[in-house]
Write a protein of this length. Sequence first.
Length: 67
Amino acid sequence: MPKVVVLSEYCKSCGLCVEICPKKILSIGDKVNQKGYYTVTVTEEEKCTGCTLCGLVCPDLALEIYK
């Protein structure tokens, strides 16, 4: 089963990954990282197909996708 790992210390909550995810399993969470940004969270990981679009679009390399 694919897994998305958010590297919260790099996330700037730009929301690009949230918009591009075809399964809409990513959202801006309520946890703040050390830089003061609300980080992305995975809401329904079991729906992830491992397409890697979120990781490709992230300008800060804050997402790791494991298949």
